[in-house]
Design a protein around this ligand. Structure first.
Ligand SMILES: Cc1ncc(COP(=O)(O)O)c(C=O)c1O
Length: 379
């Protein structure tokens, strides 16, 4: 946790808008995940925050990586670029999954020489992979309940349980190897029952595949969704891990290889945003603060991630209900319509915590305002 005074010093030194990443927190989150889910190989979902320094820190911790585009693949690959070819290839096979079920043919062609593990969820994709990346290994992405997740993924991704084994057998007929099954219960899943149902569905599909003569699957990918501690209602990872460990032990053979793709859980609490007040107005009796960061920038998660980031002040005092707006000349740029803040003046700083995931990652240059300056601490 970075102290308020330190955040303020950093903002004075580097200017605002500022995005601070605490690498001690990244390491702590990674180690917590390993501790509570010891059977699970941890593939950091790079999309949550693709900063190369974050990837580097997790690489040094021994993490594996979930990438979903060629540029993300290359950010990870940069860390092993100088290794001998055989060692590099073994590492890629063991440590990278390309977990975007639909891939452009150009990407498949570029990926093929790295012989990665890739996900798929439909017939068209099987034929595409066969033609453009025949050396890849496959994992079938299964559609599972995303009930109550903050970000729902199951309407865009995943084969239904009814078609799953047909797809596995089709890939087999094409001479491809399906190594296992992956799912995602929806991002920021506080409904732990989603994992229970997903594991049960997956176990049934393993069984059906065996019954129909396919015996090559030995990989279970439980995806992401592990909730970040945005507020006190979020139950700790320890509780979720207990449920997952019990279900895996109950439903799957001892030698199955289990992997997960946490994004948010690893980076959310490692990120801080500091901005300053650039304008103040009273509208319909309510104070409106205009800050130099907004939803086109670090607060992009308000739109894309359906996430809320409370705005905090560095100073104490009686508070009132306020609105907080971003700096662009666009009415969509609303950080929050309801924040309790003390009376603040132009040039004073405000900040948000737990803003490391799906925030700076989707910041734009809209309206000529650049993304926040990034500062790494405890690297
Ligand atoms: C395939 C896949 N894996 C992992 C993740 C990371 O999920 P989370 O940040 O919820 O852990 C995502 C997020 O969208 C995803 O699409």
């Amino acid at each position: 946790m970075i102290a308020k005074a330190r955040l303020q010093q950093l903002a004075e030194k580097h200017g605002t808008p500022l995005f601070v990443i605490d690498h001690d927190e990244l390491r702590k989150n990674y180690r917590d995940f390993r501790k509570h889910l010891p059977r699970v190989q941890v593939y950091f979902a790079v999309k949550a925050n693709a900063d190369p320094a974050i990837v580097r820190t997790l690489f040094r911790e021994g993490a594996s990586f979930d990438v979903a585009s060629m540029p993300e693949f290359m950010i990870v690959h940069e860390n092993i670029r100088h290794w001998p070819a055989k060692k590099r290839q073994d590492w890629i096979w063991d440590k990278i999954i390309y977990a975007n079920p639909t891939k452009p043919t150009e990407t498949l062609e570029k990926l093929n020489r790295y012989k990665p593990l890739v996900t798929f969820d439909n017939r068209e994709e099987i034929f595409k992979i066969k033609k453009h990346a025949p050396d890849a290994g496959l994992a079938l992405r299964l559609k599972v309940p995303n009930t109550g997740a903050m970000v729902e993924l199951s309407s865009k991704f995943g084969a239904t349980p009814g078609e799953a084994v047909d797809l596995i057998l089709e890939a087999d007929r094409q001479g491809l190897v399906v190594e296992g099954i992956s799912f995602h219960v929806g991002s920021q899943t506080t409904n732990f029952e989603n994992y229970v149902q997903a594991l049960s569905l997956t176990a049934a599909i393993f069984q059906e595949a065996q019954d129909r003569g396919y015996h090559k699957m030995n990989l279970l990918d439980i995806g992401g969704g592990f909730p970040a501690p945005y507020d006190s209602t979020v139950r700790p990872l320890k509780e979720l891990a207990k449920i997952i460990n019990t279900e895996i032990d109950r439903l799957f053979p001892k030698n199955i290889q289990v992997l997960a793709e946490p994004g948010r859980f690893l980076v959310a609490s490692a990120g801080y945003a500091v901005s300053k007040i650039i304008g103040k107005a009273v509208r319909d009796g309510k104070t409106s603060y205009y800050i130099n960061d907004g939803v086109y920038h670090t607060y992009s998660g308000v739109i894309f991630d359906h996430c809320k980031y409370p705005i905090r002040s560095f100073k104490k005092g009686p508070t009132s209900l306020c609105s907080v707006f971003g700096p662009t000349c666009d009415a969509l740029d609303v950080v929050s319509m309801a924040e309790n803040l003390p009376d603040l003046q132009r040039d004073e700083f405000v900040y948000s915590t737990n803003i490391g995931a799906y925030s700076h990652a989707s910041a734009t240059w809209f309206n000529g305002f650049p993304p926040a300056t990034v500062v790494h601490v405890n690297r």
